[in-house]
Ligand binder design. Structure first.
Ligand code: RNT
Ligand code: ZN
Length: 423
């Protein structure tokens, strides 16, 4: 168990140290309220969903690997898991739901048939939890996606099936946002791409553009829903070309006043998504992030506090972009305790924001503007060993969630009492 006195003492010392370089830690902890993380429900069940559409679900170029016991097999189990996760996280959150997680009871509702009534119990659950909600069309893991092309399919029957699905998702998102009083981000990601080198890239992209314009025909108020489009570089089975590339969606988003979604697993491994934020925001008001960790490929490992995540968070804070950037998580590890994976990844993301806020950005900027680059690197290096851990612990204490490694016990307990008993 935590020693509260020790945590407070450590915080007091840390507070003085940060104050000496002009950083007000109390103000930082208040500002952490502005960091709202959208929790991706799919970490609890390996992106499986609760449709009753029978077998034949496959494809889509994303894959959860591992078979650790205890995954959520029903909506009730997923909600129980999400509530547990929320209880172990400091700060503010939203729920990010995929369309395959509708409350379909025992009905077989295909994707082009979903309605708001299938998501009403999720809206009610979010209201109970006091959180907002985001949404995603699910254009993968479905027989109609087996060719690898959905909205860019040359087969009009296939294409219109997905146009209808995404249209419905936008309507559902608008209703979600209206009911919960906070705009619902509807993020469109499609797997479309080709295994081998195509000759008509233009043809596929022209079809996708046309489909998206059809999908977007209805304008919903921005207080209810916001559209976002997620680009990608490649996927399993779609190694040669992705129709919805970064340039494609950036162009689409900017010309249609939509949001681009940058998933940091969707670029060449040496590209830094943190660097792209201030570029996109020169021309767009808002963007969405999918925070993940890629190992060699778009592997969706649990987020850890690494340089890449730190740059993402630091760029948002340095640029004063919290109001312009929606932050979603997108990882799914089925090889370890899923709840533990969820909590570690989310806490690590939040730590990156805390560290970013503890930076004496004014002083660093002054150095930079004066060409004092030795001073800049020296201070940045010093910041790496400042006692941010003490501030983090105090933040968790203040937020009444487990401090330090105490959450490990909680996750173990939950595994014993709940997860291990699941079939
Ligand atoms: C896939 C995209 C997409 C999905 C989720 C489940 O590469 O990252 O965001 O992971 O929609
Ligand atoms: Zn993503």
């Amino acid at each position: 168990m935590i020693n509260q006195r020790l945590i407070e003492k450590a915080y007091d010392i840390a507070k003085e140290q940060y104050a000496a370089i002009g950083v007000d830690t109390d103000a930082v902890l208040t500002r952490m309220n502005d960091v709202v993380i959208s929790l991706h429900c799919w970490q609890t069940d390996d992106v499986g969903g609760f449709e009753n559409l029978g077998s034949g679900l496959s494809g889509g170029g994303i894959q959860a690997t591992g078979d650790y016991p205890g995954k959520a097999n029903s909506i009730a189990e997923m909600r129980q898991d999400l509530a547990k996760v929320l209880s172990l996280l400091p700060g503010r959150h939203r729920l990010n739901l995929h369309a395959i997680y509708g409350d379909f009871k025992s009905e077989a509702i295909d994707r082009d048939q979903i309605e708001i009534r299938h998501f009403q119990s999720w809206i009610d659950w979010c209201r109970q939890q006091g959180i907002g909600m985001d949404f995603n069309p699910t254009c993968f893991s479905h027989p109609m996606a087996s060719s690898g092309l959905t909205l860019s399919s040359r087969d009009d029957k296939v294409r219109m099936f997905w146009v209808e699905h995404v249209r419905r998702c936008r309507a559902i998102s608008a209703e979600i946002g209206k009911q919960l009083g906070t705009p619902c981000v509807n993020n469109i990601w499609i797997p479309d791409g080709t295994k081998d080198i195509p000759v008509d890239r233009n043809g596929l992209r022209t079809i996708l553009k046309k489909s998206l314009d059809q999908v977007m025909e209805i304008d919903y108020p921005k207080e209810y829903m916001k559209d976002s489009l997620e680009s990608k570089l490649f996927g399993i089975g779609m190694e040669s070309m992705t129709v919805g590339s970064h340039e494609f969606y950036l162009g689409y988003a900017l010309t249609r006043n939509k949001m681009i979604c940058l998933d940091n697993g969707h670029f060449h491994p040496t590209e830094q998504v943190g660097d792209k934020i201030s570029s996109c925001l020169q021309f767009a008001d808002e963007l969405l992030l999918h925070v993940t960790r890629n190992i060699r490929w778009d592997s969706d490992h649990v987020v850890t506090l690494n340089d890449e995540i730190q740059l993402l968070a630091s760029e948002i804070i340095r640029g004063n972009y919290l109001k312009n950037v929606s932050i979603g998580l997108d990882f799914f590890d089925a090889s370890i305790n899923r709840i533990g994976a969820y909590v570690v990844g989310t806490r690590s993301t939040k730590k990156a924001f805390l560290i970013a806020m503890l930076e004496p950005v004014g002083l660093l900027r002054k150095y930079e503007e004066a060409g004092q680059n030795f001073e800049r690197i020296a201070l940045l290096e010093e910041m790496k060993t400042k006692p941010f851990g003490a501030v983090w612990d105090y933040y968790c204490l203040q937020q009444e969630v487990p401090v330090g490694i105490d959450f490990i016990n909680e996750v173990q307990q939950y595994e014993k009492e709940v997860l291990a008993k699941r079939g």
